[in-house]
Design a binder for this molecule. Sequence first.
Ligand SMILES: [Zn+2]
Length: 291
Amino acid sequence: MRGIIIADSVDSSLAESLVKKGVPLKIPLKYGKGQLQISKRLETPWEGGPRVGISPEWKKLEGKYFIVAYRPGYKEDAEKILGYANYARQIVTGKYPHKLPQKVVIYLYDRKSYFRPPFTMWTDTKKYEVNMLTPSDQTDRWMDDRWYKSNIIHEYAHIPFYQDLFAQRYHTVPSWFSEGFAEYFSLFCSSPDILQKYGEQLDKIRDMVRRGEGYFIFIAGEEYYGGAYLVKYMIEKYGQKAVTNLIKSSALSFAKALQDELNVNPREFENNWLKWAANEFGIDYDKLYGY
Ligand SMILES: [Zn+2]
């Protein structure tokens, strides 16, 4: 679901001017098959699917902030996931202080009861629920401990984000912002081993910038990894407080909130991204983008 996409508002004129200048335009594939395979998840951030597979024999492991619900026989998995969840909360709280009205429930399905592909994790932010296949029922090595850790950070970060967003007047944000916000915490605020696991995906974004395809619209099209860099840029350029205020803004639209809280218009916001990215990736801005 996409609402106001600020990149779109600038895209057509930018694209036109680039074409006139003879710049070849290549729109990145959003969900290429390869990407989905190693991709992180399918999710429905604000509406849950049908509750399938939960039955009375499920057990509960309760912590201070989380309840892990699991199938009998998977207690070790539940303990591990509770540890990861506490870690996730600590990471997100560090930069984005928040209070949730209830404990988050994490459902650990076994292979038989999980009704989505094994490489997906999903969150219902209104019900404070996160759903996933239990770790020991994974058969693909890609879904290792780092995968669980990073994706639980990602899913957890969605919860305070949407709680605060839905308390405001505008409810739609571009997907690069919501996914990028979650992925920023997952990749750039966690541990080096997680960063390393996703290094190849992040290098793709760096290479786009180095090839001269680092324009905002293209990076925003890569909503997870591109989004993570866009949020990193926002936090480093405009400050954590400004990004927090953007989520909590009482403006009527995301575009207006951006203007109010970051004090930039969309064009400046996009241009500043390129300058930041050139610096971040050590490339010559003037040579590649300075026409
Ligand atoms: Zn997400």
